[in-house]
Ligand binder design. Structure first.
Ligand code: NAP
Length: 272
């Protein structure tokens, strides 16, 4: 931190809450590894929903270089931007804003946080994918599956939300009561909150549905070993951890902010 100068570029995460975010530590550690901590610094600020417009004005006024948006700002922020990347437009959410001389452009790097870990394990084309959940994170997942020509079924507690997401991404909607259909799928992705926080001891689907032939991806990263992941390991299924999503979305975001490539190691040191 002692290397910060008057010309250091500021990057920032905004959200409510934001205190739990690992982004500042991940980005600052990556700056240090690259020896550019005099050029960039990453901080966080708790911004309430009603203050978002003022916060975006401040980004312009202060010349903040990069703005990471988390809950509840990912959709709302779009109306205040000058340009929108095609992927972010299709998903309908922005987690990354780059300030190029006062022109604010929105991106969605969560997309890469899903696509890269999945493609490390399998081709998605023609694979049957069961997506549990139809909230914000599910939109990026559904877009990855659609783009890669997988066959997607969306299961959600609120069926209407599953239906809405399914229509948007050329998928089928299912009620949770139909979750036995998961047995016939190749990839299971949990995008609900079930498995973390106050739901840590609950499961998004009955665990007996998980079979050896499945690839099980839980995007929850805290805890690292959710009940879903533990069961998948137990039956010998392939697993994808939620921290991999966090890592890969951050690596792409880092490059957008700095035009430099961060080392995976520098970010993983913070994550695990
Ligand atoms: P969100 O928009 O609030 O969506 C929450 C989803 O969980 C909805 O489908 C909701 O169903 C379902 N859900 C919530 N409580 C439930 C309950 N008691 N029973 C059944 N379903 C329930 O949240 P989000 O932004 O998509 O985030 C979802 C999860 O993904 C969080 O755990 C978050 O930490 C994780 N995440 C991880 C990363 C990463 O980098 N690894 C990135 C983004 C998000 P309804 O539609 O019925 O309400």
């Amino acid at each position: 931190m002692s290397k910060i100068k008057a010309t250091t570029n500021i990057c920032m995460i905004i959200g409510d809450p934001v205190e739990h975010s690992l982004s500042p530590k991940m980005h600052n550690n990556a700056y240090k590894h690259l020896g550019v901590e005099d050029k960039f610094v990453f901080v966080g600020s708790n911004i309430k929903k009603e203050n978002l417009k003022d916060a975006i004005n401040a980004v312009r006024t202060l010349g903040i270089r990069g703005l990471t948006c988390t809950i509840p700002h990912k959709q709302e922020v779009i109306q205040y931007l000058d340009e929108l990347d095609e992927i972010a437009k299709k998903i309908g959410a922005v987690n990354t804003v780059v300030n190029n001389n006062g022109i604010l452009k929105g991106y969605n790097t969560d997309y890469f946080g899903i696509e890269i870990p999945l493609k490390k394990r399998t081709e998605i084309k023609d694979k049957k994918v069961a997506l549990i959940g139809a909230g914000g994170a599910a939109q990026a997942i559904a877009y990855v599956v659609e783009k890669e020509e997988g066959v997607l079924k969306i299961f959600n507690r609120t069926y209407e939300k599953a239906l809405k997401t399914a229509k948007k991404f050329n998928a089928e909607a299912r009620r949770m009561e139909d979750c036995k259909e998961i047995l016939d799928c190749d990839i299971i992705i949990n995008s609900t909150n079930i498995g973390m926080g106050k739901f840590e001891d609950q499961n998004p689907i009955p665990l007996e549905l998980i079979q050896k032939n499945h690839i099980v991806f839980d995007i929850i990263y805290k805890p690292k070993e959710t009940a879903l992941i533990k069961k998948a390991k137990q039956v010998g299924a392939e697993i994808i951890y939620g921290y991999e999503t966090l890592l890969h979305q951050a690596l792409v975001q880092f490059e957008l902010y700095t035009n430099l490539k961060a080392s995976e190691k520098s970010m993983l040191e913070v994550l695990i």
